[in-house]
Unconditional design. Structure first.
Length: 495
């Protein structure tokens, strides 16, 4: 750009110089020549050259304005349109990003595919659509179908959220940008926002691509929860960036969190993370599949079905570590096949080593089974879309009714209270299991009283519905025990 300016400056000076030389030559020829001036042609020539000189003078003086009026040359406009194409986006309010020489944001090529993810087949099915979209965008664009820009993976730690996101990138063979939410939270206001801008810029430049933000709650916490200017600025930038590109741009943002309830509502609104995928601790069948994956091509001499049964409460990461530790034990004793002793040593190590693990002993598994069986019993009777209840399910992912009736709201409260009431009936005292379900029940009752004026007291609603539940359980105690046995054995009840 600078070189071009210098060249045009030189050209103008050269034009002025040649015009002056030509004028000089004209005057000289006029004086020296014997010929008679005909039709004022000499004067015409001088006039023309003077005009040329004046024109070049004005061009020099007003060159910036003229540059604005004259259309860019073909190459320049082609370059611009290429840049626009590479962005593949309709940017709205996104500032020109400031490039950071020290940026650590780089994409990786994921070599993980769905084959490396054992179990969680329903989750894989949900994400297959995104893989297909990234692989065959035309198929969707033909019908103007816009896929979600953001997918939120919700679930406890170690259940494969990062793994499945990497598998989506691997299956689609697109760049994978991994960032943890905490890496955006800086001391200085604006730093996190700048990093968000840069992340999206890079992802767009290499689109189709996947941005994965782990622990998104670090930036996406509700703006009401304790003021923090830096986090707010970062969150606002994330929202702006997500609004600023079209669903067909080829950038998919996958966020992961284990605390969806603390996320700012704006993040969950349409056009942002409007698709949510819930992951839970692995079921018995999934634990078996995960264990089998990690012992592929290894000699084993232990009861793998029993191990799957004995590892209730292990997350997928702990299962991977368990097999790894067992293999270390095998190597230590110079063995060539995995034995029961390798496994039991490893199991203890993993159980004590992992703080976040919620390992269930037999008693605790029974408590949780009664809780979930009671929930299943009540849900089964309602006209709910829930198809199964698993041992570790917390909360009820039912279809939201936009205009629920009073009895529908009461049914929702009962679904959420069923577990704790069932336990109280069977075990003769209350247990503390899932606080979130009690809270949901309370919130619905509160809405019924204060928002919709359906009842006078939230407490009365809760007490009445608890009594109804108690009666239902006492009248159907055999059915409840039956369901408890099923969930104890299979860890899931399918309706
Ligand atoms: P999260 O992101 O939910 O905390 P990760 O995806 O980081 O969990 O999982 C940690 C590790 O656990 C993975 O690297 C992988 O070794 C193992 N893992 C998790 N889920 C699975 C699965 N479904 N199949 C196989 N391995 C898994």
């Amino acid at each position: 750009m600078v070189d071009k300016k210098i060249n045009s400056e030189k050209n103008l000076k050269l034009m002025m110089l040649s015009a002056s030389v030509l004028i000089g030559l004209f005057i000289y020829t006029m004086i020296k020549s014997d010929s008679v001036m005909e039709n004022g042609s000499y004067l015409l020539g001088i006039g023309f050259l003077l005009a040329l000189m004046t024109a070049s003078f004005y061009v020099k003086k007003y060159k910036e304005k003229i540059r604005e009026i004259i259309p860019k040359n073909k190459f320049q406009s082609e370059l611009d349109s290429n840049i626009e194409k590479s962005n593949k986006t309709k940017q709205k309010v996104i500032d020109e990003p400031t490039r950071d020489e020290n940026s650590t944001i780089e994409a990786i090529t994921s070599n993980i595919t769905f084959k490396d993810v054992a179990g969680i087949s329903s989750i894989k099915e949900e994400l297959e659509e995104i893989v297909d979209f990234l692989n065959n965008p035309k198929k969707y664009q033909k019908y103007n179908v816009v896929l979600p820009k953001g997918v939120l993976l919700v679930g406890p730690p170690g259940v494969g959220k990062t793994l499945i996101a990497r598998a989506v990138a691997g299956e689609a063979d697109v760049p994978f940008f991994y960032q943890s939410g905490a890496s955006f939270v800086h001391i200085y206001v604006g730093m996190g926002a700048k990093r968000v801008r840069e992340l999206f810029l890079k992802a767009r430049a290499t689109a189709p691509s996947i941005i994965f933000i782990d622990e998104i709650d670090a930036i996406g916490k509700s703006r009401g929860m304790g003021s923090n200017d830096e986090r707010e600025a970062t969150l606002n930038e994330l929202l702006t960036q997500m609004d600023g590109f079209e669903g067909q741009s080829g950038v998919i943002v996958i966020g992961a969190t284990n605390k969806i309830e603390v996320l700012d509502e704006a993040l969950l609104r349409a056009g942002r993370f409007d698709r949510r995928v819930f992951l839970t601790l692995p079921s018995l069948q999934d634990r078996l599949k995960i264990l089998k994956l990690y012992i592929t091509n290894k000699n084993v001499n232990f009861d793998i079905d029993k191990l799957a049964l004995d590892t209730s409460g292990f997350n997928s990461a702990a299962l991977a570590t368990l097999v790894n530790e067992a293999l270390l034990n095998m190597i230590k004793r110079d063995g060539t096949s995995l034995l029961e002793e390798d496994i039991s040593g490893a199991k203890q190590k993993v159980q004590y080593g992992k703080k976040q693990l919620n390992i269930l002993c037999a008693d605790q598994k029974e408590i949780l089974s009664i809780y979930q069986a009671s929930k299943a019993f009540i849900i089964k009777q309602s006209l709910s879309f829930v198809e199964r209840v698993s041992l570790f399910d917390e909360g009820i992912q039912d279809d939201e009714c936009i205009y629920p009736s009073k009895s529908q709201l009461e049914q929702k409260i009962k679904n959420n209270l069923a577990g704790s009431v069932g336990l109280e009936v069977i075990k003769k005292e209350p247990y503390a299991v899932f606080e979130s379900e009690i809270q949901t029940a309370q919130n619905i009752a509160k809405d019924m009283v204060y928002k919709y004026k359906m009842e006078k007291s939230e407490n009365d609603i809760i007490v009445r519905l608890k009594d109804e539940l108690k009666t239902e359980f006492l009248e159907n105690i055999d059915e409840l025990n039956n369901l408890t046995d099923i969930i104890l054995k299979d860890e899931v009840i399918v309706f």
